[in-house]
Design a binder for this molecule. Structure first.
Ligand SMILES: NC(=O)C1=CN([C@@H]2O[C@H](COP(=O)(O)OP(=O)(O)OC[C@H]3O[C@@H](n4cnc5c(N)ncnc54)[C@H](O)[C@@H]3O)[C@@H](O)[C@H]2O)C=CC1
Ligand SMILES: CC(=O)C(=O)O
Length: 313
């Protein structure tokens, strides 16, 4: 069991899936669940506690913002999700207002740990959390493109019939419609995807393009079928939590404030970072192709414009 206290704000589809992952994987020994619908938080805590005879010890309870005071990590999954056909950026107005009040309440508790934001649009709301909290940027982490990267690795693994854990590839940029694949650096067990393609192994150029479109649009495809996505992001958030609480210095594609890297600044956007118990230790600057760099800048432009619409405090 990994020691640490996590406060989860928002116990809907995503929040409760994440909580279930923490319990199953023995990540954190204390979990407080906070939701505007306190009965839902209570119900989830009760339900999860009934799994304890089959899991590592953990204290799980429904609480209030005052319980964030001594948390190592506050994970925010509260707010509206996309209706079919809605984009993530369509959620800015509703969710930024919710964030303004939530972050204020959390900071009033005396909280001094890390934030992990998953609510959409995640890059914009990570930026808002940084602004509203007044904490150093390395302590505000957005889930960014960790889920998109997982989807990408899964689909590439299927295409090459190789375990997705042996596929090394990144999706970067906005967690949304302007994200991009870094095919120039993607490899399967050390063999570059571009070299494999030249040898006639695996997908051709057009198939790789189609594969990326399926990654980018995966949320739309799932929401169309079942109304929301939650298991993939639950696993992704649990992975980040583990990297933080175990001080792993792991490389994950997360949303972070850029301060000159990739020629960009004052924007939260998904890029590979090294993460540990103190937050974002370092942004990894990939040697992108000219086309990839252009697309990353285009994605950042869209996010910067969106950031202008968050209410200032
Ligand atoms: N970053 C990512 O990769 C992903 C992000 N998401 C996002 O996660 C968010 C949550 O999605 P779901 O769990 O499906 O929604 P949901 O509607 O099932 O859950 C939202 C929860 O937030 C609570 N809530 C609403 N306002 C609140 C407030 N002011 N204070 C405290 N709690 C509040 C609700 O009571 C509800 O329990 C959405 O914005 C969704 O788009 C979803 C999947 C992946
Ligand atoms: C909903 C969402 O952001 C996702 O599944 O990617």
């Amino acid at each position: 069991m990994i020691k640490g206290k996590v406060a989860l704000v928002g116990s809907g589809f995503v929040g409760s899936s994440y909580a279930y992952c923490l319990l199953n994987q023995g990540i954190a020994n204390e979990l407080v669940i906070i939701d505007v619908n306190h009965k839902k938080a209570e119900g989830d805590a009760m339900d999860l506690n009934h799994g304890l005879p089959f899991a590592p010890p953990m204290s799980i309870y429904a609480g209030t913002y005052a319980d964030c005071k001594d948390a190592d990590l506050v994970v925010i999954t509260a707010g509206a999700n996309q209706a079919p056909g809605e984009t993530r950026l369509d959620l800015i107005e509703k969710n930024s207002k919710i964030f303004q009040s939530i972050i204020g309440e959390i900071m009033k508790s005396g909280f001094g740990g890390l934030f992990l934001v998953a609510t959409n649009p995640v890059d914009v709301l990570s930026y808002a959390t940084w602004k509203y909290s007044g904490l150093p940027p390395e302590r505000i982490i957005g889930s960014g493109t960790i889920l998109d990267t997982a989807r990408f690795r899964y689909m590439l693994g299927e295409a090459y019939n190789v375990d997705s854990r042996n596929v090394h590839a990144y999706i970067i940029g906005e967690h949304g419609d302007t994200e991009l694949p870094v095919y120039s650096l993607a490899d399967v067990a050390g063999r570059p995807v571009r070299d494999l393609m030249a040898q006639g192994v695996g997908p051709n150029e057009q198939q790789l393009d189609e594969l990326f479109v399926n990654v980018r649009d995966a949320a739309y495809h799932i929401i169309e079928r079942k109304g929301a996505t939650y298991y993939g992001i639950g696993m992704s958030l649990a992975r980040v939590t583990k990297a933080i609480l175990r001080n792993e210095n792991s490389v994950l594609t997360l949303s972070t404030l850029l301060t000159g890297q990739y020629g960009l600044e004052d924007v939260y956007i998904g890029v590979p970072v090294i993460i540990n118990r103190y937050g974002i230790r370092e942004v990894i600057e990939l040697s992108l192709s000219d086309d990839e760099m252009k697309k990353l800048h285009q994605s950042a432009k869209v996010l910067k414009k969106a950031n202008q619409s968050i209410p200032v405090h």
